[in-house]
Write a new protein. Structure first.
Ligand SMILES: Cc1ncc(C[n+]2csc(CCOP(=O)(O)OP(=O)(O)O)c2C)c(N)n1
Ligand SMILES: [Mg+2]
Length: 578
């Protein structure tokens, strides 16, 4: 031993350094190992260095102005890619800001993981008043599909693996992963650390439907006199586009796409019953739901919307508990949409009988009637614009650029655009989803641009835009090909209400004649004020051709909208006379 020359002190230190890893690096390695390419977040204690190191390690870290929008970006990234989108937040307030998105993702079945730094457990649990003290795991639990906390660096690999699997398997949803500040700096042996990482194999295993469930469903569909297929965003999420097209075309059954399922087959497809919605819901006898739930958006499967006669429901869903949630499901088919639809198509064979001709004709006639009724309204050249005139310009944009992604939120701006703008390709329409939540706009637009590389058109009510408007700085900073059109009618639903106070403005109105286009100029983006459909069309075309971040203030008649868009009936009415 004495003969062995002592190594120089600095190289011993270097060796010791090399032999260790820590929480920062293990989380990054675990995410990279599992294919995470982008993190959406807001920096701060204790995750600032984590963000820097992740960026240096080749993960794209997109830094937002508010966590809710980073969370919405992660959620829609999950929807578009079937890989969990990752959102990174600081403790307590940042964590809470992200939770709206996490919860919304869970409600919409989008796979995402909110990774949040948290404060010192020993202090938090004794409620001794730590910096940003909060029992985050307990608070997140009821709002997401699964919630985990990692305390030991050696468990990071397992923690990340569990989060990924929970987010994407079965019915996808939001997952919370709590990483206390101390964990990041915790050092462990580098070899042991490398061995502790887990690559998730088959994260969302196929769930094959039972053959008798498939046979039962086909038997009902075959005997139907007036069949209907409803496609939900679960069907769009599945990326089983070819099988779904085959199911629709082989069956010959009219289909109704829910909002985010529009474009799964083109809205112009001869079997699309989107323009005959009320007729097909009321008059159909057998309804097959594909990745669509019988929630409020489908009037819970009962009541006036669905007509007097008894309906027979077939439901295809990955979640067995979904069956009979609102009405009896005569033929539940439980499994992943791709496997279920493939099994149905195979079961139909080559000799599947077309639905009765009188039903097909009735749906077609109604559809053509409604389309013809709307057509002249889209040609309106009025100024200030009404919604339809402005939408006439935008429906032409999407027709010419079917691969562009349309993000849409608002009340009238949402409901009227949904009907007006035909979609031609799957997963191109992203909107407020199951909750009808305002605030998804800029987060969805940013992630859509980043994840797909396609141009994005974000159509926003002036109120809706306000919820995430500051993220136009993020859009300019990352130079994303996003064109925001604000339907500016001076307020929520309309801009004409006058308050009875005589001093304060009405609660639904905003500053009259506001120029949102000027906001983006502050960050180097292009602002345009458009007062006619023609101006609007030209401005959007220029934006989409240039790929430059653009905000168009589309001046809409303040009197044009209706209260709550198309869902005004959900407003409770006071029993006391006004
Ligand atoms: C988070 C959230 N807060 C509030 C609401 C209620 N709400 C529904 S639509 C809407 C805004 C509608 O106004 P705008 O976006 O300008 O659309 P318009 O009808 O004027 O076209 C609001 C505030 C909501 N849906 N979500
Ligand atoms: Mg408005």
């Amino acid at each position: 031993m004495l003969d062995t020359p002592a190594a120089p002190a600095d190289s011993t230190a270097a060796q010791a350094q090399r032999a260790l890893t820590d929480g920062f690096h293990l989380v990054i390695e675990a995410l990279k190992l599992n294919g995470v390419k982008t993190i959406y977040g807001v920096p701060g204690i204790p995750i600032t260095d984590f963000g820097r190191l992740a960026q240096a390690a080749g993960i794209r870290v997109v830094s937002f102005r508010h966590e809710q929008h980073a969370g919405n970006a992660a959620a829609i990234a999950g929807y578009l890619t079937k890989q969990p989108g990752v959102c990174l937040t600081v403790s307590a307030p940042g964590f809470l800001n992200g939770l709206t998105a996490l919860s919304n993702a869970t409600t919409n079945c989008f796979p995402m993981i909110q990774i949040s730094g948290s404060s010192e457990r020993e202090i938090v649990d004794l409620q001794q008043g730590d910096y940003e003290e909060m029992d985050q795991l307990a608070i997140a639990k009821p709002l997401c599909k699964a919630a985990f906390r990692v305390l030991h660096a050696a468990d990071i690999g397992i923690g990340v693996a569990r989060a990924i699997r929970a987010a994407v398997s079965g019915r996808p949803g939001g997952v919370y992963l709590d990483l206390p500040a101390k964990l990041f700096a915790q050092a462990i042996d580098a070899d042991a650390g490398a061995k502790s990482l887990v690559k998730v194999v088959d994260a969302a295993p196929a769930q094959i439907p039972a053959p008798d469930a498939v046979a039962r469903a086909l038997d009902l569909l075959k005997r139907a006199k007036r069949p209907l297929i409803v496609l939900g965003k679960g069907a769009a999420y599945a990326q089983a586009d070819d099988q779904i097209r085959r199911l629709i075309e082989t069956s010959g059954v009219p289909f109704l796409p829910m909002s985010m399922a529009k474009g799964l087959l083109p809205d112009t497809h001869p079997q699309c019953a989107g323009a005959a919605r009320s007729t097909v819901l009321k008059d159909s006898d057998v309804v097959m739901l594909v990745g669509a739930r019988l929630n409020w958006l489908l009037s819970h499967g009962k009541g006036k919307t669905w007509g007097e006669a008894r309906k027979t429901f077939i439901q295809i869903d990955i979640e067995p508990k979904e069956m009979d949630s609102n009405v009896e499901i005569a033929a539940p088919v439980v499994g992943d949409i791709g496997s279920c639809v493939s099994a149905l198509v195979e079961g139909m064979g080559a000799q599947w009988p077309a639905p009765p001709a009188d039903w097909i004709t009735a749906v077609k006639t109604k559809r053509e009637e409604n389309i013809a009724k709307m057509a002249p309204r889209f040609l309106s050249t009025r100024s200030p614009m009404d919604f339809h005139g402005a939408l006439g310009a935008l429906r032409a944009v999407i027709k010419e650029r079917p691969d562009a992604i349309l993000v849409n939120e608002g009340a009238n701006t949402l409901d009227l655009a949904r009907g007006a703008i035909d979609m031609y390709q799957p997963r191109k329409r992203l909107d407020v989803g199951t909750w009808g939540v305002m605030g998804i706009g800029m987060g969805f637009a940013i992630a859509a641009a980043i994840e797909t590389g396609k141009p994005v058109l974000a159509l926003e009510g002036d109120s809706a835009f306000g919820f995430s408007g500051m993220e136009i700085e993020t859009i300019c900073r990352y130079n994303l090909p996003i064109c925001i059109v604000i339907f500016n009618n001076d307020g929520i639903y309309r801009g004409t209400e006058v308050s009875k106070t005589g001093s304060d403005p009405a609660i639904t109105t905003f500053v009259k004649g506001a120029r949102y286009d000027r906001m983006i100029e502050a960050f180097g983006g292009v602002g345009v004020n458009a007062t006619t459909p023609d101006e609007l069309k030209r401005a959007v075309d220029t934006a989409m051709n240039s790929g430059k971040p653009t905000l168009i203030n589309a001046v809409i008649d303040p009197a044009a909208g209706t209260e709550s868009g198309s869902i005004g009936k959900l407003n409770p009415q006071s029993a006391v006379k006004k």
